[in-house]
Write a protein that binds this ligand. Structure first.
Ligand SMILES: [Zn+2]
Length: 344
């Protein structure tokens, strides 16, 4: 098994397409190919570089390669570039922007963006785990402040809603839950119309746990569901009271915000959950070496994300007024039309 300790290792060891494929085959099938279409273990090796295997099942007989069913399926980008992209995105603490990745591996920004979105898919937690023991819970808001928006946007908002507040607009809530002993985090984007904060906590935390929150009203009554509910009173300027604090989860939020503002600069409401999952993935696996995280990412590579279901029109946003959707569309068009202008 090839082991990589650094980016240089990845570039040297995975210099050839076939080497990358063999590595994936080893990780996925342990050396014994299985047909991804029907699950048949009787497989022939054929003379083809693109699809080197053929299913032995008489009803299937399909040709395939190891890429079928993985995030690399139907991608024209060679695996050698994919591997570098996965290493970079797993190793950099705050992630990498599509613009930078495009330059690093010599693909267009659009291709790099799509690759990163697929890579984020492999970082998504596919099974829900309930947190236990002592769990810190807190919420934060991501997005631009109303006061920084364009005059026309603010005027329109005031006209429709009759008021203007700092948190209004397209700020989106994010709920963070950290199991303190393992320092393992779960992040959820809050859809205020669907569930209450309390419900979300119940779904992600075991009832035998001690839950620590701030004094927000929305958390009231958690003591009925969980073994214990402790409150830290931030409004009284108390941030640590013995074992009662939410600083671990706040530390995670600062990492999340730094990566959104510092690396990605902005991200849409639609894709926020992916960025959250990505940051959580790196946070939860920060104890292992970069090379090990790279191998783990490749093992998770099942689950293909297509361009169509990635760029599909977002569900109508309940708390985003029509004019805002319209405004963002116009802005995107304007950015596209002016992207070559000097100074941008
Ligand atoms: Zn088959």
């Amino acid at each position: 098994m090839l082991e990589c300790k650094s980016l240089q290792d990845v570039i040297l060891k995975f210099h050839d397409e076939r080497v990358c494929e063999q590595y994936l085959e080893q990780l996925r099938w342990n050396g014994k190919p299985v047909c991804p279409h029907c699950g048949c273990g009787k497989v022939y090796r054929i003379k083809s570089t693109k699809q080197p295997y053929k299913c032995g099942n008489k009803e299937c007989l399909k040709k395939f390669s190891v890429k079928i069913g993985l995030i690399f399926e139907a991608s024209n980008v060679p695996l050698t570039k994919w591997f570098i992209a996965i290493y970079l995105n797993s190793a950099h603490k705050k992630g990498i922007s599509s613009l930078q990745l495009g330059k690093d591996i010599d693909v267009t920004q659009k291709t790099a963006w799509f690759m990163l979105m697929r890579i984020r898919e492999l970082m998504r937690v596919k099974e829900e785990v309930k947190l236990n023991n002592v769990v810190e819970v807190d919420e934060t808001y991501v997005g631009g402040k109303m006061k920084n928006k364009h005059k026309a946007v603010r005027a329109q908002y005031k006209k429709e809603n009759g008021y203007l507040s700092g948190h209004a607009g397209n700020k989106v809530g994010v709920l963070g839950l950290v199991q303190r002993d393992k320092k393992c985090v779960t992040v959820k984007v809050i859809d205020s119309t669907k569930q209450t904060l309390k419900q979300m906590v119940s779904e992600n935390v075991d009832t035998s746990a001690t839950v620590i929150t701030d004094s927000l009203n929305a958390y009231r009554g958690l003591a009925k569901t969980f073994a214990d509910h402790q409150i830290i009173h931030h409004e009284k300027n108390m941030f640590v009271d013995g074992d009662i604090y939410t600083n671990t989860v706040e530390g995670f939020f600062s990492l999340l915000k730094r990566s959104i503002f510092g690396i990605y600069h902005q991200c849409s409401q639609k894709h926020l959950a992916r960025y959250c999952d990505e940051t959580a993935y790196r946070y939860n696996h920060r104890g292992i070496k970069d090379g090990e995280r790279f191998t783990l990412s490749l093992q998770n590579a099942a689950g293909r994300l297509t361009w169509d279901n990635l760029t599909a029109k977002p569900e109508p946003k309940v708390n985003s007024p029509k004019w805002l959707i319209e405004f963002e569309k116009n802005r995107a068009e304007w950015m596209e039309a002016n992207k070559n202008r000097k100074g941008r």
